[in-house]
Design a binder for this molecule. Structure first.
Ligand code: NAD
Ligand code: ZN
Ligand code: ZN
Length: 384
């Protein structure tokens, strides 16, 4: 089968690989019909995630058709069209029982923080991902969700990560009615966070990014105020303070993570020298622009170690900071309803359809924010 192949930082290609096989009675094999490239893949692509092994297939956002099931799979049948949450979770452990599907204790037993994630290095369990024609799906009784009849596959694939992640970002921000919510980042995740902030009762939503085309999109889509932190202001923290009567925002969401621009020291140490696990610029700005007693919600992904953040200010301001990998499955019932009712229209963020064969171009376009790219979807030869 044709699959994405990681060869080293900034080097990816499509190549022939062996078909995945059932390894456990609860596994299923899924023929992928849509698969996305995510901002999270850029951390792998740029070499920011430890133990990303050459030969790995990335891809944690995919939908497809069940083509084979293990002996103990009872909740799915061959032919089902499924959307597969990016988290690999067992459903039975202490954490899954609390709905913390991103923190499963069984699917990534070598780690203490994160659970298994498709195609996300050996620090997230070493599973191959779905940027491929076929993928092995463990715990198939729990994770895959049958796509409701009538739902567009483009909407469905965005329910595997981007929509729930934006939604959980807003949920973790603890938004009270009328609150001012600031979102750093107008990528797919930041766009969905801004949209979701209204669903939690925000009174004002402000988004900062440096890509005008993304700011333009989110301004209309969320809708919200959107500013370019490189062109419209000298200092983003000062800017937010001025916008909020010098109080700071009630809630600030970091939807940027390790690839953040905007601070030379952070960029050199976090992105060039890799002496810290990514550039902590957005989280830094978030801590300093939230009001005292406020909430910082972090969904932007950083590596296992992180420093050079103003942690002293977290203490002195009495902040609540929340972060996690999104527990996709927990949000799906409500979000499927929102999509079916048209409250959220995920597929509007899809800007590019890229044949799997051209995956190297896909990564470059998305990574370098070329051609007004917001969200690229990969199209598999077997699904065209
Ligand atoms: N926690 C989770 O479960 C989860 C799930 C999905 C994605 N993520 C993470 O969310 C983040 C965003 O994902 P995405 O797909 O939207 O990525 P993306 O790369 O498309 O978007 C990031 C945006 O941030 C902007 N940006 C860069 N520096 C900034 C700064 N200092 N302030 C404000 N904006 C800045 C970029 O211009 C870009 O538009 C990534 O870190 C990704 O790993 C987390
Ligand atoms: Zn993702
Ligand atoms: Zn579990």
């Amino acid at each position: 089968m044709l699959a994405m192949d990681y060869r080293g930082p900034k080097r990816v290609r499509a190549t022939q690989k062996p078909m995945p096989e059932i390894k456990h009675p609860e596994d299923a094999i899924v023929r992928v019909t849509r698969s996305c490239i995510c901002g999270s893949d850029l951390h792998l692509y740029n070499g920011n995630v430890p133990d990303t092994r050459v030969g790995t297939t990335f891809g944690h956002e995919f939908v497809g058709e069940v083509v084979e099931i293990g002996a103990e799979v009872t909740k799915l049948k061959v032919g089902d069209q499924v959307l597969v949450p990016f988290n690999i979770s067992c459903g039975r452990c202490h954490f899954c029982q609390q709905g913390l599907y991103g923190n499963c204790h069984e699917s990534n037993p070598m780690a203490t923080a994160v659970g298994g994630i498709y195609g996300y290095s050996h620090t997230a369990g070493g599973y191959h991902g779905g940027q491929a024609e076929y993928v092995r799906v463990p715990y198939a009784n729990l994770n895959p969700t049958v796509i409701p009849p009538g739902m567009d596959l483009d909407d469905a694939v965005l329910l595997t990560d981007v929509v729930p992640t934006g939604y959980q970002a807003a949920e973790m921000a603890g938004i009270q009615p009328g609150n001012t919510v600031v979102v750093f980042g107008a990528g797919p995740v930041g766009i969905m966070a801004a949209k979701s902030a209204w669903l939690f009762g925000a009174g004002r939503v402000i988004v900062l990014d440096k890509e005008d085309y993304r700011l333009e999109f989110v301004r209309n889509y969320a809708p919200c105020e959107a500013y370019n932190f490189e062109k419209d202001m000298e200092d983003p923290v000062l800017f937010i303070k001025k916008q909020t009567d010098w109080m700071g925002a009630d809630c600030v969401i970091d939807a940027v993570g390790a690839e953040a621009a905007g601070d030379v020291l952070q960029t050199i140490t976090g992105r060039k020298l890799l002496v810290q696990a990514g550039s902590a610029t957005a989280v830094h700005w978030a801590i300093n622009s939230v009001k005292k007693g406020g909430v910082v919600s972090i969904v932007g992904v950083y590596g296992p170690t992180d420093n050079l953040v103003p942690i002293g200010n977290v203490l002195n301001k009495g902040l609540t900071i929340r972060g996690n990998q999104t527990a996709v499955k927990r949000h799906l019932p409500r979000l499927i309803e929102h999509v079916m009712n048209g409250v959220i229209k995920p597929k509007e963020i899809i800007t590019h359809r890229i044949p799997l064969e051209d995956i190297a171009d896909g990564y470059r376009i998305f990574s370098d924010k070329l051609d007004n790219c917001i969200k690229p979807v990969l199209m598999m030869p077997t699904a065209r």
